[in-house]
Design a protein around this ligand. Structure first.
Ligand code: GLU
Length: 460
């Protein structure tokens, strides 16, 4: 039977990249085996959830190109279902009303703590048949096993067991009639036919409780894979400073979805020593039995390296569209654009860097690097004036031909090319570094080149 996986975010904030990694693993596993990948928004906590956060999650999925199957399930629309299941457990004697007041529960805990015990509900209403106390809205508790152990084989961590005595008859419905977290997760996973649950290992301790609920409801228990957290390079919890941000923030920072997915898939999973994976390759090669049981580390340099790789791979027509979000108007002359893009692809780790360099090249320098200017040959201005007299200079549209022309010009005027080029670079771009001088000349065009050189001469 093909697997059914799901991603079940709580919409309390933006979609974090750690969440996206969980989603990706679930997605890959389902796609690889021609199964289904479902999406469930866990919005039962009406106070902490926001509609915007749920929208942002959907938006992030669209942007990175992960498609889920069917409609999104919203838990907030399923309260009736949870109530029905709670009632059926009561009727079958697998759950019961507990009338203990908050004060009584607190007093119990206090006395347990005082005698060195771990606070735990004492099952006092488990077999209660008497008259319920008046004025108390009861909670519903599940009958957890009293002895033995609850165990499961985690696909990442191996066998995990919890002694029954460590758990108590935990609450599945609160006194206000709202269902608890573990209860709804279990019911929904079962009703959605989820066969494989891949999630963060912060949920490992929930799983035994969920297994108790599966058993009580008579549902099949899925396979579980609890994946270790992503840590920062120092091995600490990932924080905003390390780059733990919302997925859509990466879009604003000029990352490509391909790079994000490729970066995330390698956090906790590997295939030989392969680093570059297209989505198709990920689907083919992913194996959730090969997930790493130790935490992975966020490596910003590697992320940027991957991003540059994908920028380099991107067809120029597509890149041009993406760059519009960064304030870049497409160039009309495709020949010039291709020369510019080839140069910038090698020099940009993000689209933000790409766009800012493009803007810089296409606008006339407002000032000139003083240090560079001080080093120029005293004859520079004469050379440049002379160069502006060369009609051939304005006719060339090819980088190689421009290189050849400038070399010949330097040679025939007894100028060292190593002196001419920095002078031209300063005149055209205002500073050292950046793209090649000949490329710059072709990209900005003959007229603009002439004007920039004239401005430089006038500004001496
Ligand atoms: N809603 C939970 C979370 O956002 C995930 C629950 C699960 O995957 O079982 O952490």
């Amino acid at each position: 039977m093909p697997p059914v996986t799901r991603f079940a975010p709580s919409p309390t904030g933006y979609l974090h990249i750690g969440g996206l990694r969980t989603a990706l693993f679930n997605y890959l596993y389902a796609r690889k085996h021609n199964g289904k990948f479902l999406m469930r928004i866990e919005d039962t906590d009406l106070l902490r959830n926001s509609k915007d956060a749920a929208k942002a999650i959907v938006e992030s999925f669209k942007w990175v190109g992960l498609e889920y199957d069917g409609e999104i399930i919203y838990q907030s629309q399923r309260f009736d279902i949870y109530k029905q299941y709670a009632q059926s457990l009561i009727q079958n004697g697998k759950a019961y009303y507990c009338y203990m007041s908050k004060e009584e529960l607190e007093a119990l805990r206090e006395s347990q703590r005082a005698s060195g015990q771990t606070p735990k509900y004492d099952n006092r209403y488990r077999d209660f048949t008497g008259e319920p106390p008046s004025g108390i809205q009861p909670v519903i508790r599940i009958k957890a096993p009293l002895e033995g152990e609850i165990s499961f084989v985690d696909g990442v961590k191996g066998k995990i067991s919890v002694q029954a005595k460590e758990l108590d008859d935990f609450i599945i419905m609160r006194s206000d009639g709202s269902p608890t977290y573990n209860f709804v997760v279990t019911i929904d996973d079962a009703l959605m036919g989820v066969t494989d649950v891949i999630r963060g290992d912060d949920h490992t301790s929930n799983t035994p409780k969920q297994i108790i609920i599966y058993n009580a409801l008579g549902f099949d228990i899925p396979r579980f894979y609890h994946i270790p957290m992503i840590l920062n390079p120092e091995g600490k919890k990932l924080s905003k400073r390390d780059g733990a941000m919302g997925v859509m923030d990466y879009k604003l920072m000029g990352y490509l979805p391909e790079a994000i997915l490729n970066f995330l898939v390698r956090l906790g999973w590997s295939h030989e020593d392969k680093e570059i994976f297209s989505l198709q390759e990920m689907i083919e090669l992913f194996d959730c039995n090969a997930l790493n049981s130790s935490p992975s580390r966020y490596n910003q340099e590697k992320f940027l390296w991957l991003n540059q790789h994908y920028i380099q791979q991107y067809p120029n027509d597509k890149l041009e569209v993406l760059l519009q979000d960064f304030g870049i108007t497409p160039l009309k002359d495709k020949h010039k654009r291709d020369i510019l893009f080839a140069a910038l692809k090698d020099r940009s780790k993000t689209l933000v860097e790409f766009a800012s360099q493009q803007k810089e090249i296409l606008s006339r320098p407002q000032s000139y690097d003083e240090k560079m200017r001080a080093k120029l040959d005293t004859n520079t201005i004469i050379w440049l004036q002379n160069l502006l007299q060369q009609s051939r200079f304005y006719e060339i549209e090819d980088v190689k031909a421009m290189e050849e022309f400038l070399h010949n010009f330097a040679e025939s005027h007894d100028i060292k090319i190593g002196k001419l080029m920095p002078a031209l670079r300063l005149a055209l771009l205002g500073k050292g570094g950046g793209i090649g001088v000949c490329e710059a000349i072709i990209i900005i065009g003959a007229d603009e080149t002439k004007q920039r050189i004239e401005c430089f001469i006038d500004a001496r």
